[in-house]
Each structure stands twice: as structure tokens, then as C-alpha cells.
Design a protein around this ligand. Structure first.
Ligand SMILES: Nc1ncnc2c1ncn2[C@@H]1O[C@H](COP(=O)(O)OP(=O)(O)OP(=O)(O)O)[C@@H](O)[C@H]1O
Ligand SMILES: [Mg+2]
Length: 227
């Protein structure tokens, strides 16, 4: 279970360009839910997702994952949680452009304890299986900078799920995709959800939001619907 309790997040805190992006967000997401976060550009969706992903901190309030108080954890422990419990698809993909698709997908395996127990050959097999899930196996050896936007997005999804995280967060994962590819990608998320994973998707696409069991609407840093 994830729980946010009155989270406030300010960018450039203490400077004259300080900006409070989240004004006290309270939200509970049960394990196994599939949730959409919608809202206009600049509403605070990515900010919220980065906090949920333990990529960014917050000023006040508290974030709990399974009763663990995230704000109290050391940097090292946060990194362990990021690697082992959470898969994040960033809005800008955050892939290493010069690396191949396969090498990008293998990166989280090289860091997580799950990967360390495995030899290189086995890690490669796992990564290829992930690329198959998003139908990118034929592009495994292509450098990411030679792929289309939709192909990059699929590689980013494969990388996010390679450590079998229990929580998958995706920031506009279908933003650059056509209707058919959007359907395929949503099938991947729905299948993962059926396996019991908790999924949170930020989206502008109503057809994507409709496939989630709950829609949370955020406006100007406040949740106005769905919590
Ligand atoms: N690094 C930053 N420094 C300063 N302000 C920021 C930073 N990141 C975001 N903001 C501001 O915080 C607010 C929320 O941004 P956020 O990226 O969370 O919006 P969003 O809902 O994801 O928008 P979009 O749909 O365009 O991706 C915006 O007003 C934005 O300008
Ligand atoms: Mg965003």
C-alpha cells in the first residue's frame, strides 16, 4: 500500500524563484490497483510521480510504502527501494542514447540484488524477454538513438519492469504512440496489473484513463477528484 499524507513540494525552496508545486497531497493507493493520474500541463503530475518513485523528496507531510516512512530513509536505502520495488517510465524516457536497447534494459539488473545473483548470460535472457513483452526483440542490438519515439518508449517500459517491481509508475507512457501501439502498451500494463502489480499511469489520453480502475485528477498541485 502507498500512502501520501499532506505532501508539500516546493521547487527552488528558499530562493526568490521558489515555487510550491504540490500543496498538501493526501492519497492512498492499495496494492494491486491500477490508477490513472490526469490533469492539465503544469498541474504537478510528474512532480507527484517522482515523489512516489522515491526519485525526489518533499518538504513536509509523509510518504509511506507498506508502512515504511520514506522521508526517514537514508539515500542508500532509498536507492535499494527504487531498484527493487519500483519501476519508473520517465516522461522523457531517460534512456542512454548511445547504448543499445538491450544494454539499456540490462542496466537495472546490473544494480539490483536480483541481478547480481545471476550471470551475464541469464541477465541477457531476462532483458530479451522484457523486450519481447513490448515487441522490441528485433531491435535489441540497435542503439537507442536510432529508434523512433514510440520504440524508445517501449524500451523504457521494458527497462522499468525488468526487476519485476511491485510498483510500476509511468509518466505519459503512450504520449508519443499511435492508437494501435497505445493499445499494445496498455495490454502490457493490464497484464502486469493482473499479475498483481500496482500500476500508476500519468496520461492525457482518455482511452488510457478509462482502462484504469480509478482516475485521480490533479489541478494546480491539488487533487480535485478520485482520492
Ligand atoms: N525542476 C523544476 N524547477 C522549478 N519548477 C518546476 C520544476 N519542475 C516542475 N516545475 C513546475 O512545477 C509545476 C508542476 O510541474 P510538473 O512537471 O509536475 O507538471 P505536469 O503536470 O507533469 O505537466 P506536463 O503535463 O506538462 O508534463 C509546473 O508549474 C512546473 O513549471
Ligand atoms: Mg509531466
Amino acid at each position: 500500500m502507498l500512502k501520501l499524507d499532506k505532501i508539500i513540494k516546493t521547487y527552488n525552496k528558499g530562493k526568490n524563484n521558489a515555487f510550491e508545486a504540490l500543496h498538501g497531497i493526501s492519497l492512498t493507493v492499495e496494492s494491486g490497483e491500477m490508477v490513472a493520474i490526469v490533469g492539465t500541463s503544469g498541474a504537478g503530475k510528474s512532480t507527484l510521480l517522482h515523489i512516489l518513485a522515491c526519485i525526489d523528496g518533499y518538504d513536509s507531510g509523509e510518504y509511506y510504502i507498506d508502512d515504511m516512512v520514506i522521508g526517514k530513509l537514508s539515500e542508500g536505502k532509498m536507492a535499494d527501494i527504487r531498484n527493487e520495488k519500483i519501476g519508473m517510465v520517465m516522461q522523457d524516457f531517460a534512456l542512454i542514447e548511445e547504448f543499445t536497447a538491450l544494454d539499456n534494459v540490462m542496466i537495472p539488473l546490473d544494480f539490483a540484488a536480483r541481478g547480481k545473483k545471476k550471470g551475464k548470460k541469464e541477465r541477457k535472457e531476462i532483458a530479451i524477454k522484457m523486450l519481447e513483452m513490448v515487441q522490441m526483440q528485433n531491435f535489441a542490438d540497435k542503439p537507442v538513438n536510432s529508434l523512433s519515439g514510440g520504440q524508445k518508449q517501449r524500451v523504457a517500459i521494458a527497462r522499468a519492469i525488468v526487476n519485476e517491481p511491485s510498483l510500476i509508475l509511468a509518466d505519459e507512457p503512450t504520449g508519443a504512440l499511435d492508437t494501435e501501439t497505445t493499445r499494445e502498451i496498455m495490454k502490457v500494463f493490464i497484464d502486469l496489473n493482473k499479475q498483481g502489480k500496482t500500476i500508476i499511469i500519468v496520461t492525457h489520453d482518455l482511452t488510457v484513463a478509462e482502462q484504469c480502475s480509478r482516475v485521480i485528477k490533479i489541478e494546480d498541485g491539488v487533487i480535485i477528484e478520485g482520492n
